[in-house]
Design a protein around this ligand. Structure first.
Ligand code: G3P
Ligand code: CA
Length: 327
């Protein structure tokens, strides 16, 4: 694959965020999936960040290890009362001894891939890595290719971590600073679903570290945070953030009929408030292209062109890069 041929064209400012890497093709949040996303020409590569018992930052989506590793086999008796194995209860060495796989569910003791067409369960060899290891991979590739691909770390469940005595937000920002991410000119967006943490990052943590990064408020469309989905709520978010990361059904009603997408006012409100908009998550697995779109590319066109979003999170970065290159 030629990097030159797959690199995102510079004719548009719109971006592709590789969601958990090229996770449609390789197990999510593995270094292999990140290298593949890089080669596919993604503009940003996402890291979901969680802390271990010994205060190390790891790249994994869930605060539990069960969906993507063999922790239940390897560490019997280490689950909490709810039956889950929490990363904060394990050291980095213990976690790095686990095998990693694409996400699965367990029913009657049988493990099944959540996306049946994706990388086969527990085949080949994949491991959990640290945030620092992933940044070194991306910065190393930036050095060897001459490109400047960005990172997009998410603070996962910061309130949960604080309740466990772990300041995830501070540790992530310290790591970013250590690797040279200090200003809004640096290619990084720091994202979170928790508004209180967004404010803490903006008002306390960044000033204490002397850094000022691009921040993104994630929205899941739930009733609990309904105030954030209003024009006034978005103006409040804009006091702290540079971007909005909404669930894509908040922009186009997923029940819209074919050929008649109902586009909400969210992107307009966000742009008026000075926020970029990066909805999630664009998948082409069976059942994941809504009925209102004729194809994955039609869905991309409805969002990038008709709704006017600035970027998308996708498990299939090659397809979004190709789409933008053909705009
Ligand atoms: O962070 C954007 C998107 O990744 C949010 O969804 O649950 O995959 O982290 P999630
Ligand atoms: Ca995420």
């Amino acid at each position: 694959m030629s990097l030159a041929l797959t690199a995102h064209a510079q004719s548009t400012d719109k971006v592709v965020v590789a969601h958990r890497g090229a996770s449609g093709y390789l197990p999510e949040h593995t270094l292999e999936a990140k290298a593949m996303a890089y080669a596919m020409g993604a503009d940003y590569i996402e890291q979901d960040v969680v802390m271990t018992r010994d205060d190390q930052l790891i790249v994994i989506h869930d605060i539990t290890l069960d969906r993507t590793t063999n922790v239940a086999d390897k560490f019997p008796g280490r689950a909490r009362a709810d039956g889950s194995h929490y990363a904060v209860d394990f050291t980095l060495a213990e976690i790095q001894s686990l095998d990693v796989t694409e996400g699965f569910s367990v029913e009657n003791g049988v493990r099944t891939l959540n996306y049946p067409q994706r990388f086969p369960l527990f085949t080949s060899s994949f491991k959990v890595h640290t945030l620092a290891q992933e940044i070194e991979l991306i910065q190393g590739l930036n050095h060897s290719t001459g490109k400047n691909i960005g990172i997009y770390p998410e603070l996962k469940s910061p309130a949960f971590h604080l309740a466990e005595g772990k300041d995830l937000g501070r540790a992530v920002l310290e790591t970013l600073k250590r690797y040279g991410y200090t200003s809004k000119q640096d290619k990084v967006f720091v994202q979170t679903f928790e508004f209180d943490e967004l404010k803490r990052v903006h008002d306390e943590l960044q000033p204490a570290l002397g850094i000022e990064l691009n921040l993104v408020m994630l929205l899941d469309g739930g009733d609990e945070n309904a105030w954030m989905q209003t024009e006034d709520g978005i103006r409040q978010i804009a006091q702290y953030a540079d971007g909005l990361g909404p669930e894509k059904g908040m922009i186009i009603d997923r029940e819209s009929p074919r050929g008649a997408p109902r586009i909400s006012g969210l992107v307009g409100f966000a742009h008026a408030a000075g926020l970029q908009v990066h909805p999630y998550t664009f998948r082409l697995d069976e059942g994941h292209v809504p009925d209102y779109a004729t194809s994955f590319e039609d869905m991309l066109k409805l969002f990038y062109v008709d709704a006017g979003v600035d970027g998308v999170f996708t498990d299939f970065p090659d397809r979004a890069v190709a789409f933008l290159n053909n705009l």
